[in-house]
Write a protein that binds this ligand. Structure first.
Ligand SMILES: *[C@@H]1O[C@H](CO)[C@@H](O)[C@H](O)[C@H]1NC(C)=O
Ligand SMILES: *[C@@H]1O[C@H](CO)[C@@H](O)[C@H](O)[C@H]1NC(C)=O
Ligand SMILES: *[C@@H]1O[C@H](CO)[C@@H](O)[C@H](O)[C@H]1NC(C)=O
Ligand SMILES: *[C@@H]1O[C@H](CO)[C@@H](O)[C@H](O)[C@H]1NC(C)=O
Ligand SMILES: *[C@@H]1O[C@H](CO)[C@@H](O)[C@H](O)[C@H]1NC(C)=O
Ligand SMILES: *[C@@H]1O[C@H](CO)[C@@H](O)[C@H](O)[C@H]1NC(C)=O
Length: 506
């Protein structure tokens, strides 16, 4: 590569970095930490009342936009107009890709950006399910993380401009829809916001996601009757159940299946604040990250049920744990750090099995290329700021628990899976275990290993009712990035409604 393009790339990367600091958290972790520090601070003004099943507050907002008994689509875009002919630098593939905007609030001029990859199947005998994937934050992009670093069909080379195939992408087993939500994340925007400081929260996000979905299905009507599943990670532990709750509510109201929801799957997800917090520090203490003494202090002085009134001794012990953990990648505690996020002129050698910890910067460069945005039908209104992995938000409500919703889903016959990459320190397996324990569910199938490629892929326990808790061995917060084979095995079993393989053939 000549000198000029090289300098240009460096310029793009430097420019984007300075913007990131002004406008938003630099990654999913910072977004989650910002929210939880605010939630547990003494002067917290975040509404964190636990979710209620069929929360009337939440529905009031949408009822203004939806008919009494029927969903009234806001607009009919065109599927063919959204077809992505080819992404710049992509290898040849046989499946179709789409990208575009769906308006979710006409009066505010809010539109959400989606990227949709149809299933990569050579035999068309079975119509594979539709799967919506959501990343968390709050405020982080399912396109930048989910599609480009985790379960999507392509990953970005270290040159920031060409793509390579992820052999273990989830579109082997489903038609996968990635959504940037709420407005203010990535390419999704609202004309009512003049700069890019957005105000949103759990309820608003659930409403936007629902409006998106019913309108997207108008554009892709062949998916209306298809089995539909929602999956996500991290703060999507809120988004996924809250969207599912909206779907159940409006199906009931319309007396028909407006959205054919069959199940949800959430990973390394925040679902119940006090057990999630306790589980995080217990994990640090039992994984030689913070000392036994410090863990004992946290266990003694911190009462995470009384957010906003934590003792000084608790705060000190948490700060100590922070300094212990901040020097490693909390999302992948045994994984490498990124020391040089500069793009390279020649792509570094890649393998989906060997996740590059500098991937964020390759994706940042790629999605900010004008030719990429044009090909993806993104940024059509020429937003005044760059694409960022996470937007800066003023987050006004964040339920302290979503466990009542999981119970509701079980009672409604939805499939509910909670999974956990067991080397994540941020929303670790201990948090998920403690949170599920709070539900007091009887056990149907005792804790046992599951297998993938003759090795233990993780462990699984099934509760009566039906809820499955499955770990993924050796995977961090972003499970499909670190353990793509095991992740694909897990999602395949989830979608098929079968248990992960419990025995290896000898
Ligand atoms: C696309 O499909 C054709 C025909 O089924 C097959 O021969 C080819 O290998 C496929 N290409 C890719 C990249 O999967
Ligand atoms: C749509 O936007 C308007 C104007 O900003 C706002 O008043 C209204 O609450 C929004 N509707 C929903 C459902 O969020
Ligand atoms: C936002 O404003 C732009 C410029 O006026 C317009 O083209 C676009 O359609 C608006 N978006 C929505 C969702 O109304
Ligand atoms: C923790 O705080 C909650 C709520 O204020 C209170 O009900 C509970 O008794 C406290 N637990 C301990 C061990 O102090
Ligand atoms: C990254 O690029 C900048 C600008 O060219 C350079 O100053 C810096 O040394 C590079 N970083 C590394 C770790 O090579
Ligand atoms: C949108 O396009 C404008 C003009 O090309 C560019 O400056 C801006 O960074 C882009 N924003 C996003 C969010 O893609």
């Amino acid at each position: 590569m000549g000198k000029i393009p090289c300098l240009l790339l460096v310029f793009i990367v430097t420019l984007s970095r300075s913007v990131a600091q002004i406008h938003g958290p630099k990654n999913q972790g910072e977004a989650l930490d910002n929210l939880y520090k605010a939630k547990f601070s003494r002067d917290s003004r975040i509404d964190s009342v636990p979710v209620e099943v069929l929360d009337t507050n939440q529905f009031e907002v949408m009822d203004m936009l939806l008919d009494e008994s029927e969903v009234r689509p806001l607009q009919k875009g065109s599927k063919e107009k959204d077809r992505i002919k080819m992404l710049p630098g992509q290898p040849q593939v046989n499946f179709s890709q789409y990208g575009g905007y769906v308006t979710v609030n006409e009066s505010a001029g809010s539109a959400l950006y989606y990227y949709f990859v149809e299933a990569d199947q050579h035999s068309k005998e079975a119509a594979l399910p539709l799967l919506l994937w959501l990343n968390g934050g709050p405020g982080c992009s399912s396109l930048g993380y989910g599609a480009m670093e985790e379960l999507g069909p392509f990953r970005v080379h270290s040159n920031g401009k060409t793509l390579y195939r992820n052999k273990y992408s989830w579109n082997k087993v489903a038609n996968v829809l990635f959504l940037e939500s709420p407005a203010g994340v990535g390419f999704s925007y609202s004309n009512a916001t003049s700069d890019n400081t957005y105000t949103s929260g759990d309820r608003d996000t659930a409403a936007q996601n629902y409006m998106f979905l019913v309108n997207w299905l108008e554009r892709f009507p062949e998916y209306k009757d298809r089995d539909f599943y929602i999956a996500g990670e991290s703060y999507a532990g809120h988004y996924v159940p809250q969207l599912a709750d909206n779907i159940l509510h409006y199906n009931k109201k319309a007396k028909r299946s407006v959205v054919n929801l069959k199940g949800i799957m959430i990973g390394n997800s925040v679902i119940n604040d006090h057990t999630d917090m306790q589980g995080m520090y217990d994990f640090f203490g039992t994984h030689a990250i913070t000392s036994n003494e410090n863990l004992r202090k946290i266990q003694h002085y911190c009462n995470f049920s009384s957010a906003g009134s934590l003792y000084k001794e608790c705060q000190e012990a948490m700060d100590k744990a922070d300094t212990d953990v901040n020097v490693i990648d909390i999302y992948n505690i045994y994984g490498p750090l990124c020391f040089n996020s500069n793009l390279t002129s020649k792509p570094k050698k890649t393998s989906p099995m060997n996740f590059d910890p500098c991937s964020d910067s390759y994706v940042l460069a790629y999605l900010n290329r004008p030719d990429v945005q044009e090909a993806m039908h993104a940024n059509v209104t020429k937003l005044a700021y760059d694409w960022q992995p996470c937007g800066g938000f003023n987050w006004v409500d964040s339920a302290s628990t979503v466990l009542p919703l999981l119970k509701e889903f079980m009672a409604s016959g939805l499939r509910v899976w909670v999974f956990s990459g067991d080397t994540d320190g941020r929303v670790p397996v201990t948090s998920s275990q403690y949170s599920i324990n709070e539900m007091n569910l009887p056990i149907k199938t005792q804790w046992h290993p599951w297998f993938s490629d003759k090795e233990v892929g993780g462990y699984v326990q099934v509760y009566k009712g039906d809820l499955t808790l499955a770990t993924v061995r050796g995977a961090g917060h972003m499970v499909p990035s670190i353990q793509p084979v095991r992740a694909l095995s897990l999602i395949s079993h989830f979608l098929a409604g079968t248990s992960p393989i419990a025995k290896v053939k000898t």
